[in-house]
Design a protein around this ligand. Structure first.
Ligand SMILES: [Fe+2]
Length: 509
């Protein structure tokens, strides 16, 4: 009997383990299905179907609860939220919960700060490098222009994408469209919660109206575009009060890559470009070409940013078209900063170096601003930091006088900068040195035109705040400046000597 018990007991434990239901929330992500300033949809997956509960509030004690169906793919929309407020939340089924996360609701004001990227496909190494970088940006939301995976029907690839993006999408809402690699697969619709029919839709954030199209079918046999043409016209006419119109879709109507020359984009071009021109779309964001390119035709700017992870395409000189302003074969993301009267788009490589910049103003005035990205950077607290501050005139007029700028750090450090006269489009660089006094978080505030001498196109963008987290970075001090470097060198010599002696001793035995 004891023997039988000893055999059955582990077996039953094993059976219990295999068949135990798993309600652990995974792949948590955020999006909007309705108004961006008063709602937020929280989505997640559980291995087994269970009820959907989101607890949320302005701190970690939550205080509010919203529930949904018993399912595997959970989507719960929170409504009645206040604009520009940080809410904490957790998801679960009432018993099993995720850890705490947070989101910020959209604005009723005149600004929007977001990134755009796409085409990770199966490029996991570059995808993860890119994620580490975009996670440091202080942004309102992200746009993803399609091609999440190599095969839209491959659930393992989707799991890899959603798992790697979760630390980003659990606090930054992401609005998406289908790429040709997803085609129209149900996994996309199960995963994301989007407005309207989710295939093509629109939403508003601050002064910007976004129209999202799909171009997931390859070739020219597609009659799907006709219904999108009608919808797009109706959508643009219903939202003509917005200062800026941005369109996102996966495949571009133009590019300096081979598929454009082979006619693959002809139908997209014929279907949509006349509408973009007639309705004066400010910016058309696409992916599909694994590179960066900015193009301009008939007052419409097109930017291809298909560099979030998939193998890059070569930018071949012979394929360069007249509409192309800037093209580079590089991993990249777009950083877009919009105010009521100004749209500033910058293409960055993953190391935050600038590829290209496009600025559009709707008023004929100068505009001074600090060009640094709003970042939250981890730095080693023992090291002296070299901080480069770039100040630019992004307006439509020259500034003919010197101006003042002020840099203040929350540890009490400060610099008063004299900015030279800057013509339209000119910039100047200041190199500052700063050492964090201790471990902690330090806010940097840069104020341009600090004595308010200049009448600018946008007055609200004169202050930029970014954050340094002074932390102990593992291994970073091993060869750092100062006495630790000596310690590091001596230690490594000792390790090498020890290993060599051990090997010699073994050989002699
Ligand atoms: Fe594609």
């Amino acid at each position: 009997m004891i023997v039988t018990f000893l055999i059955i007991s582990p077996l039953s434990l094993l059976i219990f383990e295999v068949y135990a239901e798993d309600y652990n929330p995974i792949y948590i992500h955020l999006s909007w299905q309705n108004d961006t300033s008063s709602t937020m949809t929280v989505s997640w997956k559980t291995k087994d179907a269970t009820s959907s509960v989101v607890q949320y509030g302005t701190d970690e004690s939550y205080g509010n609860e919203e529930t949904g169906d018993s399912v595997e793919w959970h989507h719960v929309e929170l409504t009645g939220l206040s604009p520009e407020i940080i809410y904490h939340y957790r998801v679960g089924n009432g018993e099993t919960w995720s850890t705490d996360s947070y989101f910020k609701t959209g604005t009723l004001g005149d600004h929007a700060k977001f990134i755009a990227l796409g085409d990770t496909q199966s490029g996991t190494t570059a995808r993860n490098q890119m994620l580490r970088k975009i996670n440091n940006l202080d942004i309102d939301f992200a746009l993803y222009s399609g091609d999440f995976v190599e095969m839209g029907s491959n659930i393992n690839e989707w799991n890899g994408f959603l798992n790697s993006y979760e630390p980003f999408t659990n606090h930054i809402p992401m609005m998406t469209t289908l790429g040709n690699h997803e085609k129209n697969h149900s996994i996309y619709y199960n995963t994301f919660a989007l407005p309207g029919n989710e295939e093509y839709y629109s939403f508003n954030f601050g002064p910007v109206h976004f129209s999202i199209l799909h171009t997931y079918w390859e070739g020219i046999e597609n009659e799907n575009y006709t219904k999108q043409i009608d919808w797009l016209i109706t959508d643009l006419e219903a939202h003509d009060e917005y200062d800026w119109n941005v369109v996102m879709m996966h495949r571009p109507p133009f590019s300096s890559f081979v598929r454009y020359h082979q006619g693959w984009y002809d139908l997209i071009n014929e279907s949509f470009v006349p509408i973009f021109e007639q309705y004066e779309i400010d910016l058309v964001l696409t992916g599909h070409e694994h590179a960066y390119e900015r193009l301009y035709k008939n007052n419409v700017t097109y930017i291809i940013s298909g560099g979030a992870g998939a193998n890059l395409y070569d930018a071949i000189k012979d394929y360069r078209i007249n509409e192309s302003i800037s093209v580079e074969s590089t991993y990249n993301f777009l950083f877009l900063d919009v105010y009521d009267k100004q749209l500033d788009v910058r293409g960055f490589r993953p190391d935050y170096s600038l590829i290209d910049q496009f600025i559009s103003n709707k008023e004929n005035k100068p505009d001074l601003r600090c060009e640094n990205l709003p970042l939250s950077l981890d730095v080693h607290w023992k090291d002296t930091q070299k901080v480069n501050i770039t100040i630019a005139n992004n307006g439509e007029e020259d500034i003919i006088q010197e101006t003042k700028a002020q840099v203040e750090v929350s540890d009490g450090s400060s610099w008063d900068l004299t900015v030279p006269a800057l013509n339209k489009g000119e910039k100047t660089l200041f190199e500052l040195e700063w050492k964090p006094p201790e471990k902690g978080t330090f806010a940097w505030t840069v104020t341009v035109d600090s004595d308010s001498e200049i009448d600018e196109v946008v007055e609200e963008n004169n202050e930029l705040i970014f954050v340094f987290n002074a932390v102990k970075i593992e291994g970073a001090s091993f060869f750092a400046d100062g006495p630790w470097s000596i310690f590091g060198v001596i230690s490594s010599i000792m390790i090498v000597a020890y290993v060599t002696l051990r090997r010699r001793k073994k050989t002699l035995q």
